[in-house]
Design a protein around this ligand. Structure first.
Ligand SMILES: C[S@@+](CC[C@H](N)C(=O)[O-])C[C@H]1O[C@@H](n2cnc3c(N)ncnc32)[C@H](O)[C@@H]1O
Length: 461
């Protein structure tokens, strides 16, 4: 059900996206009316959360059914339900992906707004809609005399206009639920050190999903469904050497290591130093020893000296059996996302960086190896156009079928053939937005009701 306004973007960005979704090839394939309808649905569904929570389970540590049962017991404690059976029945295995459990999100619920208002940043508001509490750094405005224990309504600032420390805000905002303040206003805004920890504990969120805070940390990992698909499409095998070029916080790195039963080596690189700790923490939490994380700019990850065999980067050419390039991107597929203040220039800054990373990826991959390229965005320039460019630039690459293939095919517009488009996997929530309003069972609608995402799989010949 649509309850939020469409995603709020700069007009130049909306126009750009419109030109992508109504490009000549799409118009020739489905006609103007259908193409425009899909684009409008995209803008609407991006501001709403998916209707379920996706959990990747550690099948390297325990069987799926055992983890499902344990999760049922844990969640029963949260819901105060009388029967564990009721809760377990709500935790559904994905029909095709053997390490995924799906939990329905209850929402939008009828929640009454209160007179005391806390305003949070758009990113924090989106996290609340996916089941998080409000952390103190996300709070922008609160009532002048707010004390710990006060019950407040939480609003998300849509256009990034609310000033930090304000006592009220009249700009564009949307209600995301009610909660109880855990800190006084003075502890949030009037300290030398930035406040940390939960600022407002959500008790009546508009969208209710189970809290995974501290729940089976080694067995249950929250991850968007397309991100889990990436690991399977890469298809790592025990004993192989894998490179994850843009790895933090390490969700896919850890999945790859788990799929390899922790046998072999998964090298995880990321350019941002403090994100490397997150990769290591996640690997440790999931009991994975095969992950080696380094802070490094992956565009420089190929060593000039082919004889130099370092443990860490840079690496000689053809060092890896498989390479994952989960590229930095404009992130326009993320849901829920009620608003972005990014300019068109910022959005268009990604393709050149993605191509530099691609050059390094191809060189680092062994002949006969697999390269997977993925993004969480919906533009052609970062997805199908990159595939067309790669096929032309690297004659050694060919597109390969993906398993599982649960998303749609690629979007026309980059000059790829219908056969090539069929080999690509684009998760396009706008195509099944109408189904989220029906009684279609969760397991049937899950593959369509995702974030916007793109996956291409190449073989190096
Ligand atoms: C889409 S996120 C990766 C998400 C990650 N694969 C996961 O599943 O948890 C992209 C990451 O690329 C990193 N990055 C950006 N430019 C990079 C570069 N030149 N070399 C290495 N990492 C880079 C960013 O710091 C960011 O963490």
């Amino acid at each position: 059900m649509s309850i939020f306004p469409r995603i709020s973007l700069k007009p130049e960005v909306t126009e750009y996206l419109k030109s992508v979704f109504l490009n000549k090839e799409v118009l020739a394939a489905v006609g103007h009316q259908e193409a425009d309808c899909r684009f409008q649905k995209l803008l609407t569904c991006l501001s709403h959360p998916p209707s379920y929570t996706c959990v990747r389970v550690s099948t390297h540590l325990a069987p799926l059914e055992e983890i499902r049962h344990k999760l049922g017991e844990e969640l029963k404690k949260q819901t105060c339900s009388s029967s564990e059976q009721d809760v377990s029945a709500q935790i559904l295995p994905h029909p095709r992906i053997t390490d995924v459990l799906l939990l329905p999100v209850d929402g939008p619920r009828a929640v009454e707004q209160l007179s005391s208002e806390v305003v949070v940043g758009a990113q924090c508001g989106s996290a609340v809609l996916r089941g998080a509490h409000v952390f103190a750094p996300g709070i922008l405005a609160s009532p002048k005399y707010m004390k710990a224990g006060d019950v407040v309504s939480v609003f998300s600032d849509l256009e990034g206009r609310c000033t930090r420390g304000a006592t009220s805000f009249q700009g564009k905002k949307v209600f995301v639920g009610n909660g109880v303040a855990e800190m006084d206003r003075s502890s949030i805004f009037c300290t030398d050190e930035p406040a940390r920890g939960v600022g407002v504990r959500m008790v009546e969120p508009l969208y209710q999903s189970p809290s995974f805070d501290g729940v089976l940390p080694s067995l249950a990992f929250l991850q968007n469904l397309p991100s889990v698909v990436v690991g399977h499409v890469l298809g790592p095998r025990p004993g192989e050497r894998i490179l994850d070029m843009c790895a933090a916080p390490g969700g896919k790195t850890c999945h790859i290591a788990a799929l390899m039963k922790d046998q072999g080596e998964v090298v995880a690189l990321d350019r941002i130093r403090n994100k490397i700790d997150r990769i290591r923490q996640n690997a440790q939490m999931l009991h994975l020893q095969s992950v080696k994380a380094y802070c490094f700019n992956s565009t420089q990850a190929v060593s000039g000296d082919s004889a130099q065999e370092n443990e860490g980067p840079p690496f000689p050419a053809e060092s890896f059996d498989r390479v994952l390039l989960d590229a930095p991107c404009s992130g326009l597929g993320q849901r829920p996302n009620m608003g972005s203040t990014w300019s068109l220039k910022e959005i268009c800054s990604y393709p050149p960086l993605q191509r530099k990373l691609f050059h390094a990826a191809v060189r680092l991959l062994k002949k006969g190896g697999v390269l997977v390229y993925s993004t969480c965005t919906v533009t052609l320039a970062e997805n199908e156009e990159q595939v067309a460019w790669a096929l032309e630039t690297f004659p050694c690459l060919t597109l390969h079928p993906q398993e599982p293939h649960v998303g749609a095919g690629g979007m026309p517009g980059a000059g790829l053939s219908p056969e090539q488009l069929r080999l690509l996997q684009r998760f396009s929530p706008e195509l099944s937005w109408d189904q989220t309003e029906t009684t279609t069972p969760l397991q049937c609608r899950a593959d369509g009701d995702t974030i916007g995402f793109f996956i291409a799989k190449f073989l190096k010949n």
